[in-house]
Structure formats: structure tokens, C-alpha cells
Design a protein around this ligand. Sequence first.
Ligand SMILES: Cc1cc2nc3c(=O)[nH]c(=O)nc-3n(C[C@H](O)[C@H](O)[C@H](O)COP(=O)(O)OP(=O)(O)OC[C@H]3O[C@@H](n4cnc5c(N)ncnc54)[C@H](O)[C@@H]3O)c2cc1C
Ligand code: SF4
Length: 320
Amino acid sequence: MKPFTYERAKTPADAAKAVAARPNAKFIAGGTNLLDLMKLEIEAPAHLVDVQDLKLDRIEPTQDGGLRVGAFVTNTTLAADERVRRDYGVLSRAIVAGASGQLRNKATTAGNLLQRTRCPYFYDTNQACNKRKPGSGCAAIGGYSRQLGIVGTSDACIATYPGDMAVAMRVLDASVETIDPRGQTRTIPVADFHRLWGNTPHIETALAPGELITAVTLPKPIGGTHIYHKVRDRASYAYALVSVAAVIQRDGSGRVAVGGIAPKPWRMAAAEAQLPRGAKAVSATLLAGAKPTNDNAFKLPLVERTLAAVMAEAQTVKGA
Ligand SMILES: Cc1cc2nc3c(=O)[nH]c(=O)nc-3n(C[C@H](O)[C@H](O)[C@H](O)COP(=O)(O)OP(=O)(O)OC[C@H]3O[C@@H](n4cnc5c(N)ncnc54)[C@H](O)[C@@H]3O)c2cc1C
Ligand code: SF4
């Protein structure tokens, strides 16, 4: 690991200013992704600004009946919160499907949203990777691509966004609150938070340099049956090959977002309109324009089957 300096900021505005003030500075929260990347010298920040003293560790009701989740709330605390388990079950289930108990105890809400791709070539500094080193090429295109994306990818990068929590937040229409180095705040819908890779796969989110996430807001509960299905190579401690977050209402209408297939949680209103026609119709719309590789073409039928399983489970709960 390369040498770096470290400070603990006292307020969100100071933290944003501190990161903007130094070249190559970064926030650190739980450190479970960033420190791994630093040990491998994939990321080499010169300065770390720790956000643990910023008092962003509360879950509070909002005026319109939703919940405001501080950026530093751990995954364990969020998944176990009584209000989240009761009103946002899909979120609780998605978080518990990720990582391990020990990791979830350290991993934070903001850090989880910002975790970087698990493309194996991104982690191997001997390989070409446009995301790690812009303009160097992409070893995954024409290489081993079983885990990688089938939709929303580009000629520069075919990696996926790997997280589980964001897939549930997408289906719940959550928003990300931020503060920038000038002290200005803004709200970004989760739908617009993760970017498609295009020609700039190293730019992964809508955040500007030095912009700090302060909270994630969940709108008021929408009822329905909340399901998260994660299909992976091992029963635990593995990233999704395909995951589906769903909230299905009694009349069969609902919302679905898919993880493990694209640079961001993948959701479309046109696909949700197909829910009464079944999983085949939903997945045909969601995956229109898919560009799978030989290694990951299995994800096309896997999305359809996982959706079918989710819809069957929703029927069972409805009928119970
Ligand atoms: C072995 C292993 C298995 C895992 N399995 C899964 C899995 O199955 N599913 C899953 O979803 N995840 C999984 N994870 C990923 C894990 O969930 C993430 O590492 C974790 O959520 C990151 O949170 P953190 O607080 O530790 O972030 P950090 O590592 O501290 O930070 C991550 C990034 O976020 C930035 N950051 C942190 N806080 C802020 C803020 N407030 N504002 C702006 N930027 C900020 C940092 O600068 C850094 O770039 C796994 C991780 C490991 C190591
Ligand atoms: S798919 Fe993306 S992350 Fe993987 S090697 Fe190619 S550019 Fe890098």
C-alpha cells in the first residue's frame, strides 16, 4: 500500500472541503472496499478524510412519511431497523443477501452505494482496464466474462455494478442527498445516481469531485409483497449473477429491478407494465438490445427464470 495522510472531519461541509482541497483525496467510511483497493494499488489516494464523526448515523422519519437514512448508518443497522423490516422489506432482504455479517457491521449506506465493480480484470493491475486506467483498453472484452454485463454496457467496458442494496433502493425510488465543497446540497434520484459506462467507464456516479453523500431518503411505504432473490455461485459470500428486487401489489401490478446484469440496477416502466403478462414478457422488455458474450449469455434465461420465481412467490404470499 502506498503512503497516505489521514484526518477525521468534524462536519459534512468540512469533509467535502477537505477532499476538494487536496489532489487525490478520498472519503473513507467503513473502509471495506476502499482499503482492499488501496492494498492492491488500484486506488492510491494521497489523503483520506474519515467520515465517522459526522453524526450521519441516524435513521429518522421524514415529513412525508418516509425514512431518512444517514450515510454512515451501517448495513447491519439498516437491515435490522424495525421500520425498514416492516415497510421496506425488499431493502432489508437485499442487504442481508450481501457480503457477510462482519462486513455488514462495518459497511455503510454511502460506501455500499459507491462500491466498485468486481470485474476480475479491474482487480488485476497487469491487465488492460479502461475503468482503472482510462484509454488502456478492456481485457474483459474477448476475455473471461461470466460475471459481466449483458445490458447497458459499452465498447469501452462491460462490467456490472455489483451491489445488492442499490437494487432494492432503485425499486423503492430512493434518493441520495449530498453536500458539495461550497456547502450546497442537492438530491439525486437513485435512478440517476449510477452512470452507464459509455466512453468514460472510470466515471461511475453522478457525484462531483468532493461531493459527500449525507443521507439516502426512502419515500413513504408503498405496501405490497417485498421480495429479493439473489442467484449466485455459492450460497453466501458471493456477488449476484442475477438478482431481482420486487414489490408486487395484490392486483398483480408492481415494480421490479434487476441486479448483476448492467452498470446500474436495471429497471424500466415499460417492463413493469408487462407484469400481468408474465416473466417472459417482462424480461423481453428489460433485456431488449442485450449484448451478451458467449460466457454470460446464460444470464438472459436466468433473468426470466428468476423473475418467474419472484412472481410465483408473490402469488403464494397473496394467496396465504
Ligand atoms: C469479501 C466481500 C464480499 C462482499 N460481498 C458483497 C455482496 O455480496 N453484496 C454487496 O452489495 N456488497 C458486497 N461487498 C461489498 C461491501 O458491501 C462494500 O465493501 C461496502 O458496502 C462498502 O462500504 P464501506 O462503508 O466500507 O465503504 P468504503 O470502503 O469506506 O468506501 C467505498 C467508497 O465510497 C466512498 N465513500 C464512503 N462514504 C462516502 C460518503 N459519505 N460520501 C461520498 N463518498 C463516500 C469512499 O471514498 C470509497 O470510494 C463485499 C465486500 C467484500 C470485501
Ligand atoms: S469490463 Fe470494465 S472493469 Fe472490466 S476490464 Fe473492461 S474496462 Fe475494466
